[in-house]
Write a protein that binds this ligand. Structure first.
Ligand code: GLC
Ligand code: CA
Length: 560
């Protein structure tokens, strides 16, 4: 690797994702906002993170909580004003914290001015900004199911045609094959860069180029619709469009860029995030969040099962070794679309929660790539329990319940709710647990989504005061990354691949060897990696160790 490939601030940084709606409410309306974020920057400074990735804060009717944008150059009324944004950016920068914006440009809101024009008539100048098709045999142009249930097409009375929406019907897909669309998007990105933001997380960016002809997809397991992913993910022009974006915008600034790449394979990722820097800095892949066998699923993504360590490890190790020397990677357990890490991969029983949350954090943060922490993960926040469909706020859950439970009776209500307990996106969206006061200190009003009742024992105030908390453990992991180049740049080598219980690996750089071992179970497990080792322990979730074994959920990292 050359020196140029080697050095980049965003390779050495730790990112913290904020879902503004659920982070901190400053004015008592029950909705988190920008002033709430500004008020908690010192908390993030204390944690030690370098960058905030802000889920969308643009003007939006909130059909999908801001991922449906009606004005890219304005702030969502619920979240405040552009003056509040500028203040937040200034205050973050003054603390050495950078801000990365969510860029949602696969689609807009149907309330965006471009779509309002586009739907007016077939010869409107904005018509070709979106993907319109004639009906086929009086029905949808193809069999695609939207990501959030139901057909991916909506009929529009005004012109008697359908428009494509890979997500909700209030999220029409932009037509990236139209050069005017690309001009508009690149202008808008430049406008934000000129404001001084530090990068973009690009929402479903792997979906911007559709296969011409939009052919029917293979029938899904429900038998109701076809799968659109083969024809919209990693499509024929996606790399060309990203290279154009890179030439025209990204290369002119010093940015962190990360593409959310639904359906991305290792081979595709090497193109998106290539070390030559012609496209993006890195991508998020989803293989480890969906590593169950088909028979472990109830329907679609819905399941009550938890992934096995050996399957998660096979995937992450493949990415660690596969990207080496070719492209940069990202590391995450959690985000606003995933259940809570400690509930999914660890053990959220009060007896094991703290230990297993620290173990998971160690396992991820000692790997190669840029780590992302999702708000509340640093406290070991857990999934919540759904008692009725009324508990749901997320359009994905609401639509799935309607389609599979109510309309087609393919799943019974109880099973669906248990699936929600396991993998629903709302698990990540319950309010941030600041303290043990009313509404976990999130709001003085009524929160837009219920607070997880365990806030009385899991909250930031308590963890800040306890040196053995998950919070202080994350803080140490972040500091270690900043201090030890081997954690950033060391080459990854798997260890103990014959164990289904211990996830172990080495990182090697210029004579430094880091060894990490993590016990993913609640039982002692044999492990002799540290017996007689010379060097120093960097971190562990146990104060005392036992020779020849790892204690339940023990994690240990050694540098020699
Ligand atoms: C991405 C976002 C998700 C959103 C979807 C549509 O997957 O992370 O929250 O619903 O795109 O924009
Ligand atoms: Ca508010």
């Amino acid at each position: 690797m050359t020196e140029k490939d080697r050095h980049a601030w965003w390779k050495e940084a730790v990112i913290y994702q904020i879902y503004p709606r659920s982070f901190a409410d400053s004015n008592g309306d029950g909705i988190g906002d920008l002033k709430g974020i500004t008020a908690h920057l010192d908390y993030l400074k204390e944690l030690g993170i370098d960058v905030i990735w802000l889920s969308p804060v643009y003007q939006s009717p909130n059909d999908d909580n801001g991922y449906d944008i009606s004005d890219y150059r304005d702030i969502m009324t619920d979240f405040g004003t552009m003056a509040d944004f500028d203040e937040m950016l200034r205050e973050a920068h003054s603390r050495g914290i950078r801000i990365v914006m969510d860029l949602v440009v696969n689609h807009t809101s149907d309330e965006h001015a471009w779509f309002v024009e586009s739907r007016k008539s077939a010869d409107n100048p904005y018509r070709d900004y979106y993907i319109w098709r004639e009906p086929k045999d009086g029905k949808e142009p193809n069999n695609w199911e939207s990501w959030f249930s139901g057909p991916a097409w909506e009929f529009d009375e005004a012109t008697g045609m359908y428009y494509l929406h890979c997500f909700t019907k209030k999220q029409p897909d932009l037509n990236w094959d139209n050069p005017k669309v690309r001009d508009e998007v690149f202008d808008m990105m430049t406008w934000w860069c000129e404001k001084g933001i530090d990068g973009f997380r690009m929402d479903v960016i792997s979906m911007i180029s559709k296969v011409p002809g939009l052919p029917d997809g293979p029938l899904k397991d429900s038998g109701l619709y076809g799968d659109l992913t083969p024809y919209v993910c990693n499509g024929p022009h996606v790399h060309e469009y990203l290279q154009e974006m890179n030439r025209r915008v990204l290369s002119k600034y010093d940015l962190l860029t990360v593409g959310e790449a639904a359906g991305v394979t290792l081979e595709e990722a090497k193109k998106y995030a290539n070390n030559e820097g012609t496209e993006l800095g890195m991508v998020f892949h989803f293989e480890h969040t969906d590593c169950l066998e088909p028979e472990e699923k109830v329907i679609g993504k819905w399941t009550c099962r938890h992934p096995q360590m050996k399957n998660v490890r096979a995937i992450l190790n493949k990415w660690q070794t596969g990207l080496e020397g070719k492209a940069w990677g990202s590391l995450y357990w959690d985000n606003h679309d995933q259940p809570r890490a400690v509930s999914r991969f660890g053990n959220d029983d009060p007896k094991w929660r703290t230990l297993s949350a620290k173990m998971l954090a160690t396992c991820l943060h000692m790997m190669k790539g840029t780590p992302y922490i999702y708000q509340g993960e640093e406290l070991g926040m857990t999934n919540m329990h759904f008692t009725s469909p009324e508990d749901c706020r997320d359009v994905e859950e609401i639509n799935a319940y309607r389609q599979f439970v109510e309309e087609h009776r393919m799943v019974d209500a109880e099973t669906m709710l248990r699936c929600f307990d396991t993998v629903a996106r709302d698990n990540a969206r319950t309010p941030m647990q600041w303290d043990d006061g009313a509404n976990a200190g999130f709001t003085a009003g009524t929160p837009w989504i219920p607070v997880n009742p365990n806030y009385t024992s899991i909250n930031a105030k308590e963890e800040l005061a306890d040196p053995d908390s998950v919070f202080h453990y994350y803080r140490k992991l972040i500091r270690l990354r900043h201090e030890n180049p081997v954690i950033v740049y060391g080459v990854f080598e798997p260890l103990m691949m014959d164990s289904d219980a211990v996830y172990a690996y080495r990182r090697v750089l210029d004579g430094a060897v880091l060894t990490a071992a993590c016990n993913w179970t609640d039982k002692e497990q044999p492990c002799s990696l540290f017996d007689g080792a010379q060097g120093k322990e960097l971190i562990s979730n146990y104060a005392e160790h036992k020779d020849g074994v790892l204690l339940p959920y023990e994690a240990r990292v050694f540098l020699s």
